[in-house]
Ligand binder design. Structure first.
Ligand SMILES: Nc1nc2c(c(=O)[nH]1)N[C@H]1C(S)=C(S)[C@@H](COP(=O)(O)O)O[C@H]1N2
Ligand SMILES: [Mo]
Length: 251
C-alpha cells in the first residue's frame, strides 16, 4: 500500500518535473528555431524532440544518394493531375504559361517561367521518395536548387519558414529555412532524364529528399517566405496537419 502510494507520488513528481522541463526547453527552443509548429498536443513533445535533435545534430546532413543501377524500373505515382480548369489550360499550352511565384519576406518578389527556372541552373540527384504508408521508389530528379531561386529573390533575415502551394488547392506544406536552403532541396522539372511527368508532379515539384514523401509537393506554383506559420491555415504549417501528419518528417 505504502509502496503504491510512494510510487504514485514519485510517478506524479516525474511527470510534473517532465512537464516543467518540456515547458522550459520549449521556451529556449523557440528562440533557437527548435520547436515545430505542431509542438502542442499529445504527440507534441515527441515531435519537438525529433525536430530539435535533427536540427542540433544533423542540420547539414545529406539525404542518401543512390547509384544509377538503383533507379526503380516502375516508380509509383500516387496522385494524378489537379482537377482544376486552370491546370488543364496550362497543360494544354505545354506549361509555357506556367509560372512559379516567390513572395513574402523577400527583397524582390519574382515570377518565373519554367524556361527561366531552367536557365538559372540545373542539378541532378538520385534519391528516394518514401511514403509514410511504407512504400518507396528511387528516381533521378533534375531541377534548379531551391537555394538558387531564393537567393535571387533575396530572403530577408527575418524569414524562418517557407510555405509552398500546389496548383492542387488541397495541398500546401512548409519547411524551415535550413531545409529550404539545403543543397539537396530541389525545384524539380525533370525525372529520369525526361521532363517531369504530370502524375509525378509536373511541371514542377519541390523535392525535399531529407523528409518523407508528403513534403515533396507536386505542381508547385507559389512559395511564400514567412517569419511564423501562425497566419497560414490552422497554424500547423500544412494542409494535412489534422490528418495526423507530422510537420517535420525527417528521415
Ligand atoms: N500535390 C500533391 N502533392 C503530393 C501528394 C498529393 O496527393 N498531391 N502526395 C504526397 C505524398 S503523401 C507522397 S508519399 C508523395 C508521393 O509521390 P509519388 O506520387 O511520386 O509517388 O507525393 C506527395 N506530394
Ligand atoms: Mo505519402
Amino acid at each position: 500500500m505504502t509502496m503504491i502510494t510512494r510510487r504514485a507520488v514519485l510517478a506524479g513528481g516525474v511527470v510534473a518535473a517532465g512537464a516543467g522541463a518540456v515547458a522550459a526547453l520549449t521556451a529556449v527552443g523557440r528562440r533557437f528555431g527548435l520547436v515545430p509548429p505542431d509542438s502542442g498536443g499529445f504527440y507534441g513533445p515527441g515531435e519537438t524532440l525529433a525536430y530539435a535533435s535533427h536540427r542540433l545534430f544533423g542540420r547539414h546532413a545529406l539525404a542518401r544518394e543512390f547509384p544509377r543501377t538503383m533507379i526503380s524500373a516502375k516508380p509509383f505515382a500516387n496522385a494524378v493531375a489537379p482537377p482544376t480548369e486552370e491546370f488543364k489550360r496550362h497543360a494544354a499550352a505545354s506549361f509555357a504559361t506556367w509560372r512559379l511565384r516567390v513572395e513574402g519576406l523577400v527583397d524582390r518578389p519574382v515570377s518565373l517561367s519554367l524556361a527561366e527556372l531552367r536557365a538559372m541552373g540545373a542539378q541532378s540527384q538520385i534519391t528516394e521518395v518514401s511514403c509514410e504508408e511504407g512504400w518507396s521508389y528511387v528516381a533521378e530528379w533534375t531541377g534548379t536548387p531551391l537555394a538558387t531561386v531564393l537567393n535571387t529573390a533575396g530572403v530577408r533575415p527575418t524569414a524562418r519558414f517557407m510555405v509552398y502551394y500546389s496548383s492542387d488547392p488541397e495541398w500546401w506544406e512548409s519547411i524551415d529555412i535550413d531545409e529550404a536552403l539545403h543543397p539537396q532541396t530541389l525545384l524539380a522539372w525533370g525525372m529520369n532524364g525526361a521532363e517531369l511527368p504530370v502524375p509525378f508532379g509536373g511541371p514542377l515539384r519541390l523535392r525535399v529528399p531529407r523528409q518523407l514523401g508528403y513534403k515533396s509537393v507536386k505542381f508547385v506554383d507559389r512559395l511564400v517566405l514567412a517569419d511564423s506559420l501562425k497566419g497560414f491555415g490552422s497554424g500547423k504549417g500544412q494542409s494535412a496537419a489534422n490528418d495526423g501528419y507530422a510537420w517535420y518528417a525527417g528521415i
